[in-house]
Design a protein. Sequence first.
Lengths: 292, 199
Amino acid sequence: MTGEPFYNFAYLDEQTKRMIRRAILKAIAIPGYQVPFASREMPMPYGWGTGGVQVTAAIIGRDDVLKVIDQGADDTTNAVSIRAFFQKVTNVAVTTDTGAATIIQTRHRIPEHPLIDGQIIVYQVPIPEPLRFLEPRETETRTMHALEEYGLMHVKLYEDIARHGEIATTYAYPVKVEGRYVMDPSPTPKFDNPKMHMSPALQLFGAGRERRIYAIPPYSDVVSLDFDDHPFTVQRFDKPCALCGGDDVYLDEVIMDDRGTRMFVCSDTAHCDGRRSEGHVGKQAAVEEARR
Amino acid sequence: MTAFATQHLADPVFRAQANFRALMDALSRPGTIQRLVVDEDAGDIDVDLAAIALTLIDHETSLWLSPSLADDHKVREWLAFATGAPLVDAPERAAFALVAEADPLPDHRAFGQGTQEYPDRSTTIVKACGGLTHGPRLACSGPGIKASATVAPAGLGPNFVERWAENRALFPRGVDLILCAGGAVMGMPRTLTIKRLEV
């Protein structure tokens, strides 16, 4: 065992792991369906990714290499805390390199580097029910899923168009999995939705407070809901990343001073670091280079 | 029983983890064959069924046994000691069903199908086979398979493809099937479409 004799490997007891593992297998067999599970109290508050942490704890083994990201970044509080937690309770190798990881636990992003066959991405999910803000009653949303009655979701998207001229939903954009279940991809930007379609990686979703686990097997059909005359589109950015010059990536806005100066940089820090180490230089990075 | 206690309790955490990953890979990538960590000295029960039972079954899961397992008191004792799972006579009430190699694969309609609201409340059938590679060739497609995959498990019976099509048509309800033989495992989730390949 690791240096922590008071806890089982990966923190959870074996009985709990079996319960979660059974839920994961059902989730894989019924893509997009939210499997109820007996979510445990974890040594961190709900909202900090307890669902994702429980899924990761149930699947992780000694030979895994773990990457944890929060909004694309490896170095923000949530990512650092969860990575440290797993280092403490499993002693597995950790990495920031997307390509080197076997398990990637994520809060609200899918890495820019394409995932490959054999990788597992674990999403932290706050509200797993895509219909919840349209219909608060669980009994009703469960019936709607049972009857495949998703008209309400299309009405919501239509009202977006009527009010804003376009579908204004930019994150947690609903998808239909394998032509059956409408699913919440967790609050990832809709920019990441196309990466879920036919992904070679296994995608697992854990919602701790709401006690649901769901999954998308590799090579599954994942379609973002839209209309023929208002097809689904992703966000586009006017400028490339200010640090690495990358385009076709998702950017974060960083406020530079109190006079309104802004910088747009890669949300995926590992991707940005990788490009800069390959010699790519963005506008802001060039300015700072010249100043030195 | 002594052999069991010493061998299986030696490294239960990592054995269960390795075997779960094999099962998860098998069900999320149908058509692939995954290796199990088995204990050749398990004793009174098929070693593959034993490894899977120890990974997934416990006192919270109702268990149905095929006739030759149910009639063997040593098997029942082993499962009671190792898993504590309550045995049920009615297959539709079982969370898991273990089917010995000697017994035919029962009709899927006898087992729990789940409901339209809770399709997860269905039976997972674990079947020991004579082999996973030398039976009739079957073409599989569905989630987890990029284009199509060919599998050839033995001992599923002459009408398996037709029966599986009925099971597939029930989606999201239906049973999931786990096949094992010789320390290896193959998954057939209810999403799988299976066609017979002409020889």
